[in-house]
Design a protein around this ligand. Structure first.
Ligand SMILES: Nc1ncnc2c1ncn2[C@@H]1O[C@H](COP(=O)(O)OP(=O)(O)OP(=O)(O)O)[C@@H](O)[C@H]1O
Ligand SMILES: [Mg+2]
Length: 343
């Protein structure tokens, strides 16, 4: 498997960048103050590549995804950065232009997809319209294909489902309809926020297979947001680890899983249940994440960090290269990271 991933990494270098995010910051103006949900986030995704975005609840993953496609509503506001899709800055587009791009080049699956489906059109109408907009299909052909897609994402009785409206489905079913839509769209990029979290393992495996197909057949770039590091290991080529609104480490799947540099990534990996000497072993990340209302001007992970030193109070650490494309925002990452992780 490793040789395969290394080969993929080499391929990536030759592939065209589909999405490039530079210094993106988004905050919410609440009555308690300014919630700094996303704080100077940068990453890029190439065609056919999957970037896994991981981090604890509240770290800013969903707000990052919403910011990319212009779906942050007041009191939220994007106040800096650029989101380049094939070189065009999406943050400069108006609502109508963004809607067009969302229906053509970008597909997304969000945690609560009620808002992203049209409430007055049946599932069948929405799916067949998407199919006929992208493929030469007759109406009947598109309907057959729509039913096939619903079956592929593990939805029972696809024929009956085509007649239903979004409000008649459960949240999990709506989410799978969104995945079917994304498959029909053959998008340049798919943004999937926890696409498999609420699903049982069989359906989860089916959806991962379909996402893999999308990537292979249509060279779709995927931003995969998930708590589930197992899913990341299955599907992602690279990983970005988010903590308190910032990306604190990025690297290939091997860099992150085998040689994590940031103490937070190390703690996150230790919190995945493992079989050790015939018993389950799990160590939750100790302490609480910081309030996004008052982020410190030093490393936000410091109060929870087992490797903290006095240098860690000296301003927010910037991302620096550990090796190749492996970067971490930690003063101490590097020399001591191996011994700390293995301890
Ligand atoms: N509409 C809003 N108003 C105020 N604060 C918000 C709003 N939406 C999100 N936030 C805040 O932004 C921060 C990031 O939230 P986000 O939903 O992006 O986290 P997440 O990483 O997706 O978490 P989870 O894993 O639970 O989905 C949180 O502190 C959250 O409270
Ligand atoms: Mg979220």
């Amino acid at each position: 498997m490793h040789r395969l991933r290394v080969a993929e990494e080499a391929l990536r270098l030759k592939r065209e960048t589909v999405l490039e995010v530079n210094n993106l910051s988004t905050c919410f103006f609440t009555r308690y103050g300014r919630v700094q949900a996303v704080n100077g986030v940068s990453f890029s995704i190439a065609a056919g590549e999957t970037l896994g975005l991981v981090g604890e609840s509240g770290s800013g993953k969903t707000v990052t995804a919403l910011s990319l496609v212009g779906l942050v509503d007041p009191p939220g506001r994007i106040y800096s950065g650029e989101v380049l899709l094939n070189g065009r800055n999406l943050l400069d587009l108006n609502k109508k232009q963004l809607r067009e791009i969302r229906g053509q080049e970008i597909a997304f699956v969000f945690q609560d997809p009620l808002t992203s489906l049209n409430p007055v059109l049946s599932i069948g109408t929405q799916l067949t319209e998407t199919i006929t907009a992208h493929e030469k299909e007759t109406k009947d052909g598109a309907r057959l294909r729509a039913a096939d897609l619903l079956g592929r994402v593990g939805l029972p009785d696809p024929e009956k489902l085509l007649l239903r409206y979004p409000f008649q489905l459960s949240g999990g079913m709506r989410q799978r309809v969104m995945i079917a839509m994304a498959l029909a769209l053959h998008p340049r990029i798919l943004i999937a926020d926890e696409p498999t979290t609420a699903l049982d393992v069989t359906v989860q495996a089916q959806i991962l297979t379909e996402m893999r197909r999308l990537k292979k057949e249509f060279d779709t770039a995927i931003l995969l947001i998930t708590h589930d590091l197992g899913v990341v290991a299955e599907l992602a080529n690279r990983v970005a680890v988010m903590y308190a609104g910032s990306i604190v480490e990025t690297g290939s799947i091997i860099d992150i899983f085998e040689n994590p540099g940031h103490p937070y990534t190390q703690a996150l990996l230790r919190s995945v249940p493992r079989l050790s000497q015939n018993s389950y072993y799990l160590e939750p990340v100790k302490g609480q994440p910081p309030s996004m209302l008052n982020l410190p001007d030093y490393c936000a992970f410091l109060p929870r960090c087992p490797q903290a030193r006095s240098v860690c109070y000296e301003g927010k650490p910037q991302m620096r290269t550990l090796s190749g494309n492996h970067l971490a925002a930690c003063y101490c990452a590097g020399a001591r990271r191996q011994e700390a992780y293995l301890a």
